[in-house]
Design a protein around this ligand. Structure first.
Ligand code: HEM
Length: 558
C-alpha cells in the first residue's frame, strides 16, 4: 500500500468536502433560482431585491421595469433569498388577478400586517369564500347609485375646506404659500370619516385632538410597519391567534426591543378604540330603537358603515360577520380611502399649478356647467361625472401617477400563466410564451409600471396627455384593469371597492377648489416618495406636509 502522508490525506478530505459542498450549494441555488433564465435587475445589496423594491426612492426603478427587462422580470433574491417575479404582462395579470386568482392570494406578510393593523380579519386579510362573503357586504355600499347619495356630504366637507382656506388667505396679498397637502389630508379624512363611518374628526379645527391623534396614527402605521420588515413574516401567525382581544392584551403587556414596534402598537391603539366606540353606539341604537335609531350620527345614518352594520344585523345567523370582522372592515375602508385620495388630490394640484392653461380650461368648463344651474346650486354626481376635461385630467393623472405602485401576491401551488409578451431566455435566447410560477413564489404586480408601458400604451406612455381620453385616441389597453384598462384600481376579486367614491371625491373637491382659488407652483422641487401610496415632499424637507407638496401654490381668491 503506497504511503500517504497525513497532510495529503487531510488536504484530500478538505478538497472532497469543498467539492461536495459546492456542488450541493449549486444544486440548492438552482432549485431556489428557477427563474434564472428571465432578465432582471441586479440587486444593489447582497440582501437581494427587497430593499430596491421597497425603497421610498424606487419609483423610477418600478417605472423602468417593463422598458428595461420586459413584462416579466426576475427579482434576484441575493445570497440566500429566493427569487421573485415582477409582472406587468397583460395576459399574466389577467390570469393572476382573474382567471387563476384563487392561487395568487395576497402575500402572507401583507395579510398578516393588515390583520394586525385592522385588529381583525377584514377583506384585506382574508381569501377565498370568506373574502367573497365580506365583499358582498362591501360592494353594495359602493355602487354608483349608493355613492351618488353621498354627494351632499362630500360638498359639506369641501365647503369647510374652502372656508378654512379663504380665512387663511383673507386680507393677504396674492401669491401666499399654503401647505395644501395638510388641507387635502384634512379634507380626505373628514370625507372618509363622515361618509365612510359616520364620524367627524373635526379635521378643520386647528386644535382638534381627535384629528391630530387619529391622523398621526393612520399616516404613520404603515411606514412604521415597513421598518419592521424582519418581523413581517411572523405577523400572519400572530394574526391567527384568536380571540382578537387576547392577542391585543398580550401585545399591550409585551415589551418590544425596537422603538418602531412600540410606536406601531401605539398607532394601532390610537385608531382601534375609535372604531369600537362607533360600532358599540350603532349596535346599542339598533338593539334599542331598530334601524330608525341609526340616524343620530355625523352622517345622519347615511354613511357606508352604518349601512353595513344594519345589513349585518338583519342577515341570517350563518351569513353574519363577527364584531371583529365588522370592526376590521371599518378600518379597511378608512385606510383604503384616506391616503390614496389625498395623494391623488395633491398630485392633481401639482399638475394644474404647473399648467396655467389647463387650469383655466378646467375652470371655464366648471363655470359653463354651473351657469346652467340655479344660483348657489351645486353640480350633482352625474353632472360632475360628465365634465369631459375634468374627467380626462383625472383619468390621465390616475394612469401615469397611480397612487398605489404595486401589489404583492404569493402562489399557493405551481401555476402556468400565459404571456402577451414572450420572455427572451437569457440562457438559450429562445422565446418563452408561458411561464410556470412555482408554489411559494413572491409575485409583485407593477400597477404603475403597467400603466406606463410603451408596448401597451404607445411611445408617449410616460407623458401626461389628457387629450388621449378627450379625443379618444387611446385605443383600448390590453390590461385587465377595471378603469379604462389601467391597473390603478386593480381588477378581479380584490378590485378596489372604493373606485367610484374616490373619483367622485377627487372631482368634487377639485371643482370646489378651482372655482374659488388659483394655484401656482413653489420654486422648490417636489419629490414623490413611495410608501403604501405616493407621498409628495418638498426636496430637503424632513417631514411630509409642512411645507408640503402643494404648499407652494400661491392661492389667490378669484
Ligand atoms: C385614488 C384612490 C384609490 C386607489 C388608487 C385605490 C387602489 C386600490 C388598490 C390597488 C387596491 C388593491 C390592493 C391589493 O389587493 O393589495 C385597493 C383595495 C381596497 N381599497 Fe382602494 N384605492 C383608492 C381609494 C379607495 C377608497 C376611497 C376606498 C374606500 C372608501 C378604498 C377602499 C379599499 C378597500 C377596502 C380595499 C381592499 C379590498 C379587498 O381586499 O378586497 N379605496 N385599492
Amino acid at each position: 500500500m503506497p504511503f500517504i502522508s497525513k497532510d495529503l490525506a487531510t488536504a484530500a478530505c478538505a478538497f472532497t468536502f469543498i467539492a461536495i459542498a459546492t456542488s450541493s450549494f449549486r444544486k440548492w441555488m438552482k432549485a431556489k433560482k428557477p427563474y434564472a433564465f428571465i432578465p432582471g435587475p441586479d440587486p444593489s445589496t447582497l440582501a437581494g431585491y427587497l430593499l430596491d423594491l421597497h425603497s421610498p426612492d424606487a419609483l423610477g426603478w418600478h417605472f423602468n421595469m417593463p422598458e428595461e427587462y420586459g413584462h416579466v422580470a426576475r427579482l434576484k433574491g441575493g445570497l440566500v433569498g429566493a427569487d421573485a417575479l415582477y409582472i406587468t404582462d397583460p395576459a399574466a395579470l389577467n390570469s393572476i388577478l382573474i382567471r387563476q386568482q384563487a392561487w395568487f392570494p395576497e402575500s402572507t406578510e401583507f395579510a398578516g400586517l393588515f390583520g394586525i393593523v385592522h385588529c381583525g380579519d377584514g377583506v384585506a386579510s382574508v381569501k377565498g369564500r370568506e373574502h367573497k362573503k365580506q365583499r358582498k357586504y362591501m360592494d353594495v355600499l359602493f355602487t354608483a347609485s349608493r355613492v351618488s347619495k353621498l354627494t351632499p356630504m362630500f360638498y359639506r366637507v369641501a365647503r369647510q375646506l374652502e372656508t378654512k382656506l379663504t380665512a387663511n388667505l383673507s386680507g393677504k396679498p396674492p401669491g401666499q404659500v399654503v401647505d395644501m397637502l395638510d388641507y387635502l389630508t384634512r379634507a380626505a379624512l373628514e370625507i372618509i370619516g363622515t361618509a365612510g363611518i359616520g364620524h367627524t374628526f373635526n379635521s378643520f379645527d386647528d386644535k382638534s385632538e381627535a384629528f391630530e391623534e387619529f391622523h398621526g396614527a393612520i399616516t404613520s402605521v404603515l411606514p412604521l410597519a415597513s421598518r419592521l420588515f424582519l418581523v413581517l413574516p411572523f405577523l400572519e401567525s400572530w394574526r391567527k391567534l384568536k380571540p382578537v382581544w387576547l392577542r391585543r392584551t398580550l401585545a399591550s403587556i409585551a415589551t418590544f426591543p425596537w422603538p418602531a414596534a412600540g410606536k406601531f402598537r401605539a398607532a394601532v391603539d390610537a385608531m382601534h378604540p375609535v372604531y369600537v366606540k362607533l360600532y358599540k353606539t350603532r349596535q346599542q341604537a339598533l338593539e334599542e330603537g331598530g334601524s330608525a335609531a341609526l340616524a343620530e350620527n355625523a352622517a345622519g345614518g347615511k354613511d357606508l358603515i352604518t349601512s353595513m352594520i344594519q345589513a349585518n344585523w338583519q342577515a341570517d345567523e350563518a351569513d353574519k360577520m363577527s364584531d371583529d370582522v365588522v370592526l376590521a372592515n371599518m378600518s379597511s375602508i378608512v385606510h383604503g380611502g384616506q391616503e390614496t385620495t389625498s395623494s391623488g388630490l395633491a398630485r392633481f394640484l401639482t399638475i394644474i399649478a404647473e399648467d396655467v392653461n389647463l387650469q383655466q380650461r378646467l375652470r371655464a368648463e366648471l363655470h359653463q356647467a354651473k351657469a346652467k344651474k340655479a344660483p348657489g346650486e351645486d353640480l350633482d354626481f352625474n353632472e360632475l361625472e360628465r365634465l369631459p376635461l375634468l374627467d380626462a385630467v383625472v383619468r390621465e393623472m390616475l394612469r401615469i401617477y397611480s397612487p398605489v405602485t404595486f401589489v404583492w401576491r404569493q402562489t399557493t401551488k405551481d401555476v402556468l400563466v400565459p404571456l402577451t409578451y414572450p420572455i427572451r431566455s437569457t440562457n438559450t435566447g429562445e422565446e418563452v410564451k408561458e411561464l410556470l410560477i412555482e408554489q411559494g413564489t413572491a409575485v409583485y404586480l407593477g400597477l404603475s409600471a403597467a400603466n406606463r408601458s410603451t408596448a401597451i400604451w404607445g411611445p408617449d406612455a410616460a407623458e401626461f396627455k389628457p387629450e388621449r381620453w378627450l379625443k379618444r385616441t387611446q385605443t383600448e389597453s390590453k390590461l385587465p384593469g377595471t378603469y379604462s384598462g389601467m391597473m390603478t384600481f386593480l381588477s378581479g376579486a380584490k378590485v378596489c371597492p372604493g373606485k367610484t367614491f374616490a373619483i367622485l371625491e377627487m372631482k368634487l373637491v377639485l371643482s370646489v377648489l378651482l372655482l374659488a382659488f388659483s394655484f401656482e407652483p413653489i420654486s422648490a422641487p417636489i419629490d414623490w416618495r413611495m410608501g403604501i401610496t405616493l407621498e409628495p415632499r418638498v426636496r430637503g424637507a424632513r417631514k411630509r406636509g409642512r411645507p408640503g407638496p402643494c404648499s407652494r401654490h400661491g392661492s389667490v381668491i378669484l
